[in-house]
Design a protein around this ligand. Structure first.
Ligand code: SIN
Ligand code: MN
Length: 266
């Protein structure tokens, strides 16, 4: 459960960072699976213009380890607490930000896309980032503009050319104004960190020219009463199964990691 101070920080700043929420053992199992998924050729795996992996959607539906992460109580319970109701998975992706070739994510708000493309009524969906690699100031960390979530949905243009992934992006004037007010933060830390941020918080990330990959799983948990009304994107990008998530017990992912390690040793 979140403390009163943490809840207040989330509402005021638009984000909350909980370092080392998952153990090295849990994260190692997820990281290995992510690397295998990126090698697959399937519609859910998007590549950069260079061919390097950019993101893998919906892995919780075709991979046991990510299926367990998607139901993890260390993540689900705090979000239920903040929304005061059960949640379902709106989107699930593993962003690679590959060494040397990981491309930018331009400045944007996620709720802008959920409203425009998916018909989501309110910004009552939470973005959660789980660090699979160490996130450093140098390997393309996620950058957030604190307090920008108070601005509602800002005007955005549909950028279909900068990267391989079309995105509703903000113009430089808007970002300059918001940054003058709130600054920019880039939470960094060991694998296992958990960062939650409001659907209207402005964010983006630079390219990664270092030898250090920066894999982050992004889950979007939507309040069940706020289910999307007008889906236009494929089911594996904006899910239409609105079944409330039943969390696993706290050790389910750890047990999975131990079982897989034991099997590999046999
Ligand atoms: C996103 O905003 O959806 C992804 C940003 C990142 O992975 O850096
Ligand atoms: Mn985003």
């Amino acid at each position: 459960m979140l403390t009163e101070d943490q809840v207040r920080q989330f509402h005021e700043e638009g984000y909350l960072f909980l370092p080392e929420t998952f153990t090295p053992e849990e994260i190692a199992a997820l990281r290995e699976e992510a690397e295998l998924i990126y090698r697959e050729t399937r519609p859910e795996v998007w590549r950069e213009k260079s061919g390097a992996p950019r993101t893998a959607f919906a892995a919780h539906l075709y991979n046991e380890a990510f299926g367990l992460l998607a139901r993890h109580p260390r993540m689900i319970r705090p979000i239920e607490q903040l929304f005061g109701e059960q949640v379902y998975m709106h989107q699930f992706k593993i962003n690679a930000k590959a060494s040397f070739t990981g491309d930018v994510w331009q400045w944007h708000q996620d709720y802008g896309t959920w409203a425009r493309d998916d018909g989501m009524p309110e910004p009552r969906a939470m973005n959660i980032a789980v660090f699979l690699d160490e996130v450093m100031p140098i390997n393309g960390p996620l950058m957030l503009v604190p307090r920008s979530h108070t601005q509602g949905v800002l005007a955005a243009g549909h950028d279909t050319s900068t990267t391989s992934y079309p995105l509703w992006t903000l113009d430089e004037e808007t970002v300059t104004r918001l940054v003058a007010e709130g600054g920019i933060v880039a939470p960094t830390g060991k694998p296992g960190g958990l960062l939650m941020f409001h659907g209207n918080l402005v964010h983006g990330s630079a390219g990664n020219i270092t030898p250090y990959p920066r894999k982050i799983v992004y889950l979007t948990l939507n309040a069940v009463s706020n289910a999307i009304r007008k889906p236009t994107r494929p089911e594996w990008i904006a899910h239409t199964d609105f079944t409330p998530i039943e969390p696993t017990d706290d050790q389910a992912l750890t047990r999975y990691a131990r079982r897989v390690r034991q099997q590999a040793a046999e």
